[in-house]
Design a protein around this ligand. Sequence first.
Ligand code: CUA
Length: 260
Amino acid sequence: MFSPSKALGMPENYSQHGGQVDHMIDVVHYFMLALGIGWTIFFFYCSFRFWHRRNARASYHGVKNHISSHLEIGVVIVEAVLLLGFAFPLWAERVDSFDRVQADDPVRVRCIGYQFAWNYHYPGADGKFGRIDRSLVNKVGDPCIDPNDPNGFDDYESAVLKIPVGRPAILQITSTDVIHNFAIVPMRIQQDAMPGKDIPMWFTPLREMETSVVCAQLCGEGHANMVGTLQVISDKAYTKWADAQTTAALESNADKLTSN
Ligand code: CUA
């Protein structure tokens, strides 16, 4: 069957939920096509029906039946069904899946946008981020980890987003300056990055790959250059990398560890 999302050049999907997004884009385009054809026919019908030579004298009564009122009520009912019957339940299902994904051994990463790049904050081996204190911000893209919180001693930063294949990833999106938007098109996911807030988004990558993270919110003169790298790697390679980063973080905090 003809797929508008493919015809319009959407890149290949590599996430578990992405097929549903593509399907929705297809359905919306079919509706738009139906509307476009309907209105075009109506336009030509009116052009012919109300042609000035066939209607030399204006009608002072106009339309006398109620078809247009009934059609408008019909449109309101269809739109109410779409919103209440489909859009709201789909959104509820998406929001509810956050509880399930949290029980599913996810990888957690904080993604910090700034003019004009992305920084990543990993929780280390304990899986817990250090306490976030945004008043401590002292550089662009600062994760703002409280240096005295033991949960943060094994936390580390990365300029590249690395996640393991086949495991859900929960990304907490934030910013240290203006509003950005963290978008990974091949994963069919994006989220606004708001200063002062960590907003979670989640997906499961299906294949090992390297792709781009882009900023999808006009945020200043360097907006178009705000391109980052996502590497989806094997679980083994990810564990090896994460262990090395954790060890390095613990070494740099060795003085704090002994004094605790
Ligand atoms: Cu950041 Cu556009």
